[in-house]
Ligand binder design. Structure first.
Ligand code: BES
Ligand code: MN
Ligand code: ZN
Length: 492
C-alpha cells in the first residue's frame, strides 16, 4: 500500500472511495463541498439528511455514487467540535475510513481531512498512522489467508510536500506492528531465545549494537532476583541490551527497559482458574514495546543515544522453582523475601534497573505489564505513570498526548512502602492488595539510585478484547509511539 500526498483539487480526484472529514454541526455543504454535491447530483446532501449525520466524533456513513462517475463511493466521517479537535481524532477517523474502504474493496482511497492545529506534518503523520495501524492483520497462525482485498493507494488531498511525515508514520507503525506480533504470538513461539534473536535481527538490519547476557554473565553480575524468576524454566534466561548511537555527539542518553516474562504461570503461587493464566503470553509486552521502539528509532535516527534493555525469562514451575519465602539478592546487594512468586515482574526489572542505572544516562523509563491492580485502578485503556521526577513525568505526558496513547500519573506514596517491610530480608516483593500497583512501583524505586526514572504499568492497554479505534482485537503494540516521541522530544 502506498500512502501519498496529493495536490489534486477535491473536485478532480478520481478513485474508488473518497472520504471527507466533517466537523460536528457544520455538515451543511458550502463552497467546494456544495460543488462536489452538485457534481454527484445531490447524493451527499441526501445522505446527510437521511442518516441524520451530525459530524460527531467516531461516526461515519457512506454511499454509492452513480455508476460511471469518477468516484465510486463517498465516505463521511465525523470529527466532533472543531475547537476540540485532537491529533488523535484525525488518527481514529482515518482508521475508521480505512476499515470502511477495505470492506468496500476499494483499491484507491482519497482523504479530504482538515488540519489539526494548522500543522500539516503532524496531521499527515496522524492520518497515515491511523490507516496503517487499522489495516494491520495478523494471519501468521492461520493455515489459510483470510481476505485478499487490499487497499493499494491512499491519496492525502491537500497534503502536498508531506512525504517525510508519511514516511515517519510508516517507520513508527513498523515498530508498533513488530510489538503487536511479539505480544500476540503464544509462549511456545516467543521465548527468551527467540526474543534475543529478534533483538539481534533488529541490530543486524538497522545497524545497532547488541549484547545478550547469558545466565552465567548474569550470575557474575549478581542478578539474583532476575535469575530466581528464570530458574524453574527449561528455557534459558536472556538479558538483552540493544544500543542505538547517533552519528556525532548525542544530545542525551536514555534507557528504555521492558518487562520480558514470555509466560507468567505465577510460579508456585500458580495462577488459578479465572486468573487469566491462558492470556499470560502478553507478559512480555514491555519487551515488545522496547524492541518495536528500537526498530522505529533505528530508522528515524534521532540525535539521542538509546539503550533498549530487557531481562527475559519464563516464570514457570518445576523441581527447581523458587519456593514462596525464598530470599534472593539483587545486583545492588539488596535482599528480597519472595512472599509471592507471582510478583515476578518486579524481580526481573530490579536487576535490569540496577544495570541501566550504572550506564550513567540522563533518564530511564521502564514499561511493564506489572499488576492487575493497575487495571483495577485505571481500566483497560490507560497506563499508570509512576515517577518521583516531575520533569520526566511531563515529558512522557506530552509524548503520550501526541501519540494518542493514554497515560495517567499515579502517586508514589512512600508510606505504602511499609507494606513491603520484611522481618528477615531488606524487603518483601509483595505488599497488601490495596494500592498494589503503587507498592510495585515503590519496590522498583529501590533499584534506581542515580538516574531520573519513570515506570509505566501497561497491564491494561497491552491488549484489547475488542476493536478499539485503530487497534483490532488483540495486541495493541502499546507504548512504541509514546517512546519514540519521548526519545525525540525529551530534551525540550
Ligand atoms: N503479569 C502479572 C500482571 C498482569 C495481570 C498483567 C493482568 C496483565 C494482566 C503480574 O506478574 C502479576 O501476576 N501480578 C500480580 C501481583 C500480585 C501477586 C502482587 C497481580 O497483579 O495479581
Ligand atoms: Mn505474575
Ligand atoms: Zn507477570
Amino acid at each position: 500500500m502506498t500512502i501519498q500526498p496529493s495536490d489534486k483539487p477535491l473536485l478532480e480526484w478520481a478513485g474508488d472511495s473518497l472520504a471527507i472529514g466533517l466537523f460536528e454541526d457544520a455538515v451543511e455543504l458550502t463552497g467546494e463541498l456544495a460543488t462536489l454535491d452538485q457534481k454527484f447530483s445531490g447524493v451527499l446532501k441526501e445522505l446527510i439528511a437521511e442518516e441524520e449525520f451530525k459530524g460527531k466524533a467516531n461516526s461515519s456513513i457512506f454511499t454509492r455514487v452513480n455508476p460511471g462517475s469518477p468516484v465510486r463511493k463517498l465516505i463521511l466521517v465525523g470529527l466532533g467540535k472543531p475547537d476540540e479537535l485532537k491529533l488523535d481524532t484525525l488518527r481514529r477517523a482515518a482508521a475508521a475510513v480505512a476499515r470502511v474502504g477495505k470492506k468496500q474493496k476499494s483499491k484507491i482511497l482519497g482523504f479530504s481531512f482538515p488540519l489539526w492545529n494548522n500543522d500539516p506534518a503532524a496531521s499527515a503523520q496522524a492520518i497515515a498512522e491511523g490507516v496503517e495501524l487499522a489495516l494491520y492483520q495478523d494471519i501468521r497462525f492461520k493455515s489459510e489467508p483470510e481476505d485478499k482485498a487490499q487497499i493499494e493507494t491512499v491519496d492525502l488531498l491537500g497534503f502536498g510536500g508531506q512525504e517525510a511525515a508519511i514516511a515517519r508514520a510508516k517507520q513508527i507503525v513498523s515498530g508498533v506492528n513488530l510489538a503487536r506480533e511479539l505480544v500476540a504470538a503464544p509462549a511456545n513461539a516467543v521465548t527468551p531465545i527467540t526474543l534475543a534473536e529478534t533483538a539481534q535481527a533488529i541490530a543486524k538490519d538497522h545497524g545497532l549494537q547488541v549484547k545478550i547476557l547469558e545466565r552465567e554473565d548474569c550470575e557474575k553480575l549478581g542478578m539474583g532476583a532476575f535469575l530466581g524468576v528464570a530458574q524453574a524454566s527449561e528455557l534459558p534466561p536472556k538479558f538483552i541490551h540493544l544500543t542505538y548511537k547517533p552519528e556525532g555527539t548525542p544530545k542525551r542518553k536514555l534507557a528504555i527497559i521492558g518487562k520480558g516474562v514470555t509466560f507468567d504461570s505465577g510460579g508456585l503461587n500458580i495462577k488459578g482458574a479465572g486468573s487469566g493464566i491462558e492470556t499470560m503470553k502478553i507478559d512480555m509486552g514491555g519487551a515488545a514495546a522496547i524492541l518495536g521502539a528500537a526498530k522505529a528509532i533505528a530508522q528515524i535516527k534521532p540525535d539521542v543515544e538509546v539503550h533498549f534493555i530487557s531481562a527475559v525469562a519464563e516464570n514457570m514451575i518445576s523441581g527447581r522453582a523458587m519456593h514462596p519465602g525464598d530470599i534472593l539478592t539483587a545486583s545492588n546487594g539488596k535482599t528480597i523475601e519472595v512472599n509471592n512468586t507471582d510478583a515476578e515482574g518486579r524481580l526481573t526489572l530490579a536487576d535490569a534497573l540496577v544495570y541501566a542505572d550504572k550506564l550513567g544516562l540522563d533518564a530511564i523509563v521502564d514499561l511493564a505489564t506489572l499488576t492487575g491492580a493497575n487495571v483495577i485502578a485505571l481500566g483497560e485503556d490507560i497506563a499508570g505513570l509512576y515517577t518521583p521526577d516531575d520533569a520526566v513525568a511531563s515529558q512522557l505526558e506530552k509524548a503520550a498526548q501526541t501519540s494518542g496513547e493514554k497515560i495517567w500519573r499515579m502517586p508514589m506514596e512512600e508510606k505504602y512502602f511499609e507494606g513491603l517491610k520484611s522481618g528477615i530480608a531488606d524487603m518483601k516483593n509483595t505488599g497488601p492488595r490495596p494500592g498494589g500497583s503503587i507498592t510495585a512501583a515503590l519496590f522498583l524505586k529501590q533499584f534506581v539510585k542515580d538516574t531520573p526514572w519513570a515506570h509505566l504499568d501497561i497491564a491494561g492497554p497491552v491488549w484489547t478484547d475488542k476493536e478499539n479505534g485503530y487497534d483490532s482485537a488483540g495486541a495493541t503494540g502499546y507504548g512504541v509511539r509514546t517512546l519514540v516521541n519521548w526519545v525525540e522530544g525529551s530534551g525540550e
